[in-house]
Write a protein that binds this ligand. Sequence first.
Ligand code: GLU
Length: 447
Amino acid sequence: MTAQDYVKQIGHELHEKDANQAEFLQAVDEFLSTVTPYLENHPEIEKNNLLSVITEPERFIQFRVPWQDDEGNWRVNRGYRIQFNSALGPYKGGLRFHPSVNLSILKFLAFEQIFKNALTGLPIGGGKGGSDFDPKGKSDGEIMRFCQSFMTELSKHIGPNLDVPAGDIGVGGREIGYLYGQYKRLREYDAGVLTGKPLEFWGSLGRTEATGYGCVYFVNHLLAYNNDSFKGKQVIVSGSGNVAIYGIEKLQQLGANAISCSDSNGCIIDPEGIDLDLLKEIKEVKRERLTAYKEAKPSATYVEGSLWDQDIKADVALPCATQNEINGAQAKRLVANGVKVVAEGANMPSTLEAAEYFIANGVHYCPGKAANAGGVAVSALEMSQNSQRLTWTKEEVDERLNAIMKDIYETCRDTAKENGAENNYMLGANIAGFARVAKAMLAQGLV
Ligand code: GLU
């Protein structure tokens, strides 16, 4: 069979088997659309049917999460953990608490995480988990009871050398704190079992900022390679979680003008540049909606609906909200408005059609599994610090993060070129990440 036929066959089989898992199939299709050149030079992949093996999670766990709300009612949510691949290290990846969470979304996230984590060059495998619990509007006590119930079951399946969860959408320092407290009660004091911990108990300095900073560092290296810089660049950013907030912070430090942010209801466009203190106050302290930004700063515009439906001239776009936020038509609008670089702070924010449109039109498209790897990279540095029983300075963590992002950028760029697809970082990221995992799997005799 030719490499191309083998890739097609795997895609076909998965579409049959997991027909109802749209997001997982989307992530697999994107991956498969890029790996043929590597397979052509590496017959051992097909010989060992490695594509079949790597697209099947090692295991997944689904459990009941009963919890009591403030009125005393018993409520039930679904909890999950996908342990996708452990060739390079303990399963590693975040927990997402959001009503949209289901098996398909977590499988797509865990699948992407395998290659993202491989690209960091650190010893971490791929996993993801979460729940369809909606933290919006819940009291602190409800969040705590939910986290305790969730961890009561999850604690049976994780450990510092087995599976190390962290945050994602809906899970930040507060939730990690409650999850850790329950783990410690049930098992033992081992800080290395979760990352993204608060600084009060062995979290890493710089972890909160890492995904946003890392995404901007990635683009900064790309711009520098092309004799350009962020100075004076107009940047649109979506999202208003920690990826967007710290992406905007780093953009401002590097002299760019970041003019937007968004939440699930609408977006803020502030031509003067986002007021970061105000945004942090609204999102991190008060946990309010973005309408509060407009109230505090009348010069900004608030528009209901998607940021990507607005006509805004910009040089760079950082989608930092969630999966599939940019479709084909919206990608066209971005290109028409002058966007030359799209770097994904979120996981799979561009549909495959959008990503392919960017690449075909000469946009430097930086896929999430490369551009947003800074978060999990600093998580791995947090694991190193916890193993050493030491903490590093913020400067040391930040320096390492920047070096890791430079290495990921160069790896994607060079791998794309070596495979005859210059500037296709999607192909570069997929092949480079896959090659590392595949070599480890073959060396371990896992197939
Ligand atoms: N949720 C983040 C991601 O998508 C971070 C995961 C981690 O730190 O383990 O990569």
